[in-house]
Design a protein around this ligand. Structure first.
Ligand SMILES: [Zn+2]
Length: 192
């Protein structure tokens, strides 16, 4: 499927699944926004997870991965779907006492590994996975994500492959145009 068609279909799925809400939200950061993203709500539908996994697999195939790795928990479902589409093994790293660790799987030393996340904003979690694997002797071949919200400003050493590059404006409450319109503000996750 063509890139723009994939992006269009994905945006529809994000709205249908409630993963992309439009309205007036108070984010955990304290900022206000007209958009709220929770990819887990998309990935709760296996059919949508499969669609995103196949599309993302097409994006990262050219990196010639031998294994897919994800940061837990957010990256596990989509990482597994990408690995399935490429018929590759899948591993995940998890945070223990603040540090990213590979505690359930052997280190893929000598293997080309692509890191897969659901959403990249700062790229911190994906970066920690990539560096952990590199320190263990693996080759971090690249990174892929359903949504790239970094605006090209992530901390990753390379641009991530993504299905949707989206940057939504956020405002301090006192500067929020939606507050000025008198729209009630909602804390996402408190209903739906
Ligand atoms: Zn507001």
């Amino acid at each position: 499927m063509q890139e723009d068609l994939v992006a269009q279909r994905l945006r529809e799925m994000m709205r249908e699944s409630g993963a992309h809400l439009e309205g007036h939200f108070r984010l955990t950061s304290g900022y206000h926004s007209g958009d709220y993203i929770q990819c887990a709500l998309l990935l709760r539908y296996p059919r949508y997870a499969e669609f995103a996994g196949r599309a993302l697999a097409d994006r990262v195939r050219g990196l010639s991965p031998e294994m897919i790795a994800s940061p837990a928990i957010g990256g596990i479902v989509i990482g597994h779907e990408v690995a399935r589409a490429l018929d590759l093994p899948f591993i995940f790293c998890e945070r223990r006492d603040g540090a990213m660790t590979l505690s359930r799987f052997p280190m893929p030393a000598g293997k080309r590994v692509v890191v897969i996340e659901d959403v990249i904003t700062t790229g911190v979690s994906s970066g920690e996975v990539g560096r952990l694997l590199e320190e263990g002797g693996a080759l971090w071949a690249g990174t892929g994500t359903i949504m790239d919200r970094s605006g090209g400003q992530s901390s990753l050493p390379h641009l991530p492959e993504s299905l949707w590059q989206a940057v939504f404006p956020v405002w301090q409450p006192e500067d929020c145009p939606l507050c000025r319109q008198g729209l009630p503000v909602v804390k996402p996750g408190s209903r739906v």
